[in-house]
Design a protein around this ligand. Sequence first.
Ligand code: HEM
Length: 483
Amino acid sequence: MTKCPFDHQSTTLTTAAGKPVENNDNTMSAGAKGPLLLQDVWYQEKLAHFARERIPERVVHAKGSAAFGTFKVTNDISQYTKAAVFQPNTETEVLLRFSTVAGERGAADAERDVRGFSLKFYTSEGNWDLVGNNTPVFFIRDPLKFPDFIHTQKRDPRTNMRSADAAWDFWVHTPEAMHQVMILHSDRGIPANYRQMHGFGSHTYSFINDKNERFWVKFHFKSLQGIANLTNEEAAELVGRDRESSQKDLYENIEAGNFPRWAVKVQIMPEAKAHEHNYTFDLTKVWPHKDYPLIDVGILELNRNPENYFTEVEQAAFAPSNNVPGIGFSPDRMLQGRLFSYQDAQRYRLGVNHHQIPVNQPKCPFHTTHRDGYMRVDNNGGAHPNYAPNRFNTYQATHNQEPALQLEREAAHFDFREYDNDYFSQPRALYNLMSEEQQEVLATNYAGSLSGVTYEPTLTKALELFKEIDPRLEQAVRSKLNK
Ligand code: HEM
């Protein structure tokens, strides 16, 4: 059979079925001034395809930019993990997608919002996705609250506008959010671009070494470009003239050969230490660096822009459930809650066969029994058996199990507050780390955000929470609100 590939060299326009198009300027009509004819099938095809160009945007993190690059290990951490991607001198191709959280696909980049920091490592043992943010903590610590939280960040059902009332109503009823709310309203709340901000895996993950010992681990990515942020006024001015400022900055720097880099570091906690701290599996808290210092691992560099945004960025599917031998999950409730949600979302957004889209395919051999489904475009496993066990002994599991995890309690809907209701000591420590100038910016940003709140008790409650963090903070915000 003759093969007809997409021919970029050709000058002839064809239909999707390969037939040369006779006229691409004038639709066929009955007479020069008469109605159009249904038999102009090229016109039908062109408009029908156009009407189907959009796919659902990501339910969160819809606006984003991405680039490819490499992760190179420069330090030996093989005593903690057997993962191939972390063995000394290993170099792995990566895709890194940055995003804002709340805005739709057409939102402006320079908004006060958390930034997504999603990595896909194409390792020799499968794809490892680390789907993090530019902040080490998060607003909530139970995944059941995620849809509610996001509803308050998106548009109000009646006004179709973002609502400070909804955002603060949720936050004042969620005191564990105070740490992340402080970061969001701090001078770091509007990164100037994606290159000049840090990234974090945020959750506690696990490392498994070749002796089958488990360590708890947090991932950090320190920008080697330094940190740059915008004030509200600078951001407003920038958005007024350029809504794609972060996309432009990333794309143009990579095109110019000015490749952005991050120093990759980890914090490591021995398995048995987990129960000595309340913060080990709590995503609203950091691990103090004095207890668990940063350990150097390697360098991440972005050095290649995607050729096609839709196929390589819009269709990219990052999922915390994509892990590799030597890197495991943890009991962090939020991480557990994300393990199902991402692939579920992607089956809806991209389809059940989204893993065959080239950007999502592993770059190592893969061998699954998944078959059929919408848009199966590879050879679908050809004539190979599609079941296991089978008489050919294909599809053997490795049985390389992680060490068993000790669990301690009966199953129930445990209230996190039962063993931790310390919502304020970490935001207080962060507040005390800030210079007077940064504290002033924080109070101004809080007051600006709270000035959109119309329900008085929400405002009162927010001030009470600030007072718990530090009475100076409450005073500063109150006096700005009074003005
Ligand atoms: C995207 C769910 C918490 C970072 C998404 C998507 C879903 C989702 C459904 C869209 C996926 C897609 O269509 O491809 C959740 C749930 C959470 C949660 C249920 C809590 C239980 C978090 C946390 C972080 C995070 C804690 C960071 C530490 C991201 C990022 C993206 C994303 C960066 C964009 C991924 C990309 O670049 O394609 N989330 N999320 N999410 N989420 Fe979450």
